[in-house]
Write a protein that binds this ligand. Structure first.
Ligand SMILES: O=P(O)(O)OC[C@H]1O[C@](O)(CO)[C@@H](O)[C@@H]1O
Length: 563
């Protein structure tokens, strides 16, 4: 099925879900009501939130004035030789620009971390030519505020006026909005009636991307070209079809494996991951995105290959395997790919980037209705932030002594006491894996420098093969703003492997009584505590020496997975 610029082609249980649900969605006029911003579509409990979270349906038009504003600002910076754009932002404030720029092959440094070495590497990179975009809808995200503080200090130390180098994107009236205007920064206010994970076509997606040189006008054209198709009460509507496949399979297939099957959109799975996980993972329900494709975040295998044999052989970076009974495979294909998917429950999705972003936003909103949740709130994210703040108040991120230390790796558990008589890292891994429910998943959460240690993401592959269950990999604290909601609010069947490390060198945060090292440790400690409070098993491995610890971890995984 193709429409202009979009293709949603399904087979097996995915096709059955489409046939079962799309006619009713059409009869209910869901699509036209969605694009008319009807807040009642997800039930009375969701109405107050959805009433202020639906402007994204019209951004292809309403964001148009931004294009010239951003393009002229880019020209002004270019005249000054400022050609290195750094984006400070988390989750919905950075994931879309990362994909937009990687796909347009324009350079953008995405600093979405509190890991001291990663922050320092960004600070040390071409400051003289650097423009920093500080993006935060709420204006209160501590990672972003901390990144802003160190860049302000770095510019001042270099004799550079920060107001000439820092551009702020935030909601009107946010704490950041007020402070930025008082300070004299260039400020773009984003549409307040769009949530972070739906903000790709707002100033949050467009300002960093446009300043970096991406063709943001084309992006809006692409979204505009499919708005009629996506708002049509019609069986061919690609958003209704994809939404039904995502949220309407019976028996439920709630593990959504996102496979790079030749899409031109680099790292698209990372952006979709937050949209799916944070929108649906709540009330003990939801869809778990499992990204197995290329990604600028380092999920790309070490050799950096882009392949497109995914989907046919099962998955790009795993040996051919049978589809699990609770998996839906979504193959992200090239825009002109009209191949038919094969398998038990597979959907091919293709289209230009702008069109695909609007498609997925509408599809997840559709899936949310079928699953019976509010796709626009994130009720469990705050709990981890509060736990992190509590630990910071105690001056450190660590709460408990290690159960034991194996070489350069401190071993701790949180939640159920599952370590037993374990004495090594390999023993601890086996003990954690023994906690995996039949319907469960393993989430690997690595609070490390995601650029320097990007190859760590490859551990997902042997672990998935060994466990024959979905395995996700996320760099911390970035995943806290993406899949973190699902881990806490979704089905309670995850087991968690948390990796933390000693930074090469810590980094103070100007005006704060804690360092980046304290902060990231408290984020990891806080998240582990909240997961434990939800009764989830967490294995916490802390590298007291980074290189030695990482080598030990790789060796232990190889031993346990029988490599
Ligand atoms: O743009 P902000 O307000 O800094 O929030 C960043 C991210 O953190 C969250 O609020 C929670 O994880 C996301 O929904 C959001 O995209």
């Amino acid at each position: 099925m193709t429409d202009a610029d979009l293709a949603v082609t399904a087979v097996g249980a995915a096709a059955d879900a489409i046939n079962a649900h799309v006619p009713q969605l059409v009869a209910d006029k869901f699509a036209s009501k969605l694009f008319a911003q009807d807040p009642t579509l997800w039930g009375p409990a969701a109405e107050s939130e959805s009433a202020k979270r639906l402007s994204w349906v019209g951004l292809a038009t309403s964001s148009r004035p931004l294009v010239d504003q951003i393009t002229s600002l880019r020209s002004k910076f270019a005249e000054q030789g400022l050609d290195h754009v750094v984006l400070c932002g988390m989750g919905g404030s950075s994931l879309a620009p990362e994909v937009i720029c990687a796909t347009d092959d324009v350079p953008l440094t995405v600093l979405d971390s509190s890991q001291p070495d990663m922050v320092r590497a960004a600070l040390d990179d071409r400051l003289e030519q650097t423009v920093v975009v500080v993006s935060s809808k709420s204006g209160s995200t501590v990672e972003t505020d901390s990144q802003r503080r160190v860049y302000e200090q770095a510019f001042k130390d270099a004799g550079i006026d920060p107001t000439e180098r820092i551009v702020v994107v935030t909601d009107p009236g946010s704490p950041l909005d007020k402070e930025a205007r008082e300070t004299g920064y260039t400020v773009f206010n984003a549409d307040p009636d769009v949530g972070g994970r739906y903000s790709a076509l707002t100033a949050f997606g467009l300002v960093p991307s446009g300043l970096a040189g991406a063709d943001i006008g084309r992006l809006l054209d692409e979204a505009e070209s499919v708005t009629v198709a996506l708002s049509a009460d019609d069986d061919a509507n690609p958003a209704l079809r994809l939404g039904a496949a995502l949220g309407g399979t019976r028996p439920t297939r709630d593990k959504i494996v996102l496979i790079d099957a030749g899409t031109h959109a680099v790292g698209f799975g990372d952006w979709t991951e937050q949209l799916i996980a944070e929108s649906t993972g709540k009330d003990g329900k939801g869809l778990l995105p499992v990204v197995v494709g290329d990604s600028p975040t380092g999920d790309r295998p070490a050799e950096g290959r882009r392949t497109s044999q995914a989907g046919d052989a099962g998955m790009r970076d795993e040996s051919p395997r049978d589809q699990l009974a609770d998996e839906l495979w979504v193959r992200l294909v090239a825009p002109d790919d009209e191949s038919q998917p094969t398998g038990d429950a597979v959907v091919n999705v293709g289209g230009s980037l702008g069109a695909a972003m609007l498609l997925w936003e509408a599809a997840v909103a559709t899936a949310g209705r079928l699953i019976g949740i509010n796709p626009f709130d994130q009720p469990d994210v705050e709990s981890a932030k509060a736990a992190a703040r509590e630990l910071l108040g105690k001056g450190t991120g660590e709460t408990a002594a290690p159960a034991y230390t194996d070489g350069a790796v401190e071993v701790r558990s949180a939640g159920p006491d599952f370590l037993g008589d374990s004495a090594t890292v390999a023993d601890a891994l086996r003990a954690l894996f023994a906690q995996l429910p039949d319907s469960g998943y393993l989430a690997v959460m690595a609070y490390v420098d995601r650029i320097a240690d990007q190859s760590l993401a490859d551990v997902r592959i042997p672990l998935a093969r060994k466990l024959n269950r979905p395995v996700t990999f996320g760099f911390g604290p970035r995943f806290l703003h993406s899949t973190g909601q699902y881990h806490k609010g979704g089905p309670a069947d995850g087991i968690f492997l948390q990796v933390t490390t000693a930074p090469t060198e810590d980094l103070p945060i100007p005006g704060r009584e804690f360092t980046f090292g304290d902060f990231i440790a408290s984020q990891a400690g806080g998240d582990a505590k909240v997961l434990a409070d939800h009764g989830r098993p967490v294995l916490r491995l802390n590298m007291t020496d980074h290189e030695a610890g990482m080598a030990q971890l790789q060796q232990a995984i190889a031993e346990v997975c029988g490599a």
